[in-house]
Write a protein that binds this ligand. Structure first.
Ligand SMILES: *Cc1c(COP(=O)(O)O)cnc(C)c1O
Length: 380
């Protein structure tokens, strides 16, 4: 069994993908071919925003957003303590201080109460300028944007949605990657919408920022002259081949993959609870009105001391699992000795000890779900 079976997905889409790749090869427009602009329009349409700028990966997407806002030294950026490293790496790389904020024990997403406390603390101390919030749609479920948005307005902060794992999620009818002043996603192969290498995108309704991001992504070029470099940028484009592949994958994603992965998640939850395993593990919680794109299906073991042993036993039985994440952001070595390391995030500390992500993807069979749940029953 595969944790995320990308080979199986390719078999389903093989003819279309091969044809699109060949078209790019024949056109030989490998950089900024027409497929890139087409994809940007399709993505903006799907998400429901005005501007989409494709770029080289999800980390660059965050970096480009922060550059457009001029985030830098003396700025404080609020980041969940329970996330992939990029969410904090990017603001720190721009010279800002990361203030790590604890998460909600059920949704794994930034806790708005803890966020407001952290903002008030920074404002009271007065050493840093509270500048932006990076909220993460962890494991596919959008963060609590209704509340986080209000807090950002109250304290005049910019809101960045790190939707690297969230593409396809929604709150009501509003899609993920539309909740931030700027939102970002990743097309790393294992993300909900992945390409065949690295890729990413930035979304915004703000034309000024969209233009700046297009400039920063191509060496700080002027709008209509690529050899007139008016600011220091970087090289962060999405390859034409990746854009062509993503067009095929986006179609499958919106036509059936997202629905199918939600069915798999429901099967997991109902089968786990039916077997009475709810006494030993907690199944993931999707808040009312929220849709997850199930980047991960993550359970919590009530007896955290058994986690690593359970994972090892499942591996013996041919079932791959992952621990996302083993370490809170504030304990990552890169932040050692910095003020960011002093964050006190109890929930995140606990989660890191008890979470376990099970195999999930849109091409999983019900029999495979049964296999995982039966194995869990044996080892718990
Ligand atoms: C994967 C991920 C990123 C980075 O995306 P890359 O395309 O790998 O650079 C950023 N944030 C989160 C939450 C992620 O999961």
């Amino acid at each position: 069994m595969q944790f995320r079976d990308l080979g199986k997905q390719y078999l389903h889409l093989e003819d279309d993908i091969n044809e699109r790749i060949q078209n790019v090869c024949k056109s030989a427009n490998f950089i900024m071919g027409k497929e890139v602009a087409e994809l940007e329009e399709q993505l903006a349409d799907y998400v429901g925003v005005t501007h989409c700028i494709a770029c080289a990966n999800g980390t660059d997407a965050i970096m480009l957003a922060l550059k457009a806002w001029g985030v830098g030294a003396k700025d404080a950026v609020f980041v969940p303590d329970f996330t992939f490293f990029s969410s904090g790496e990017c603001p720190a790389n721009e010279g800002a201080i990361c203030v790590f904020v604890d998460v909600d024990i059920n949704t794994f997403n930034m806790d708005p109460v803890k966020l407001e406390e952290a903002i008030q603390k920074i404002e009271l101390e007065g050493r840093y300028n509270a500048k932006a919030v990076i909220a993460v749609d962890l494991f596919g479920q959008p963060a609590n944007y209704n509340t986080i948005r209000k807090i950002c307005e109250k304290y005049n902060l910019l809101l960045l949605e790190d939707g690297a794992q969230g593409f396809g999620g929604a709150i009501g009818n509003k899609k993920a990657c539309s909740f931030g002043d700027i939102s970002t996603t990743s097309f790393f192969p294992a993300k909900p919408l992945g390409c065949f290498g690295d890729g990413g995108a930035v979304f915004t309704d703000n034309e000024e920022w969209a233009k700046l991001i297009r400039s920063y992504a191509v060496h700080g070029k002027a709008e209509n002259d690529k050899y007139n470099n008016i600011r220091l940028g970087c090289n962060s484009r999405l390859d034409t081949i990746q854009a062509a592949i993503l067009q095929v994958k986006l179609k499958a994603f919106s036509e059936y993959e997202l629905e199918r992965v939600n069915q798999i998640a429901q099967l997991y939850t109902s089968k786990i609870l039916k077997k009475g395993l709810g006494e030993k593990i907690s199944v993931p919680v999707v808040e009312k009105g929220y849709t997850s794109s199930w980047a991960q299906y993550t359970i919590k073991l009530h007896d955290e001391s058994k986690r690593d042993q359970v994972q090892a036993c499942l591996k013996e039985m041919g079932i791959p699992t992952m621990v996302y994440y083993k370490k809170p952001m504030h304990l990552q070595g890169a932040f050692e000795g910095t003020e960011s390391a002093s964050a006190d995030c109890e929930v995140t500390n606990d989660l890191c000890k008890c979470v376990l992500s099970l195999p999930i993807h849109p091409y999983m069979e019900e029999s495979e779900v049964d296999e995982v749940v039966q194995a869990l029953e044996l080892v718990l």
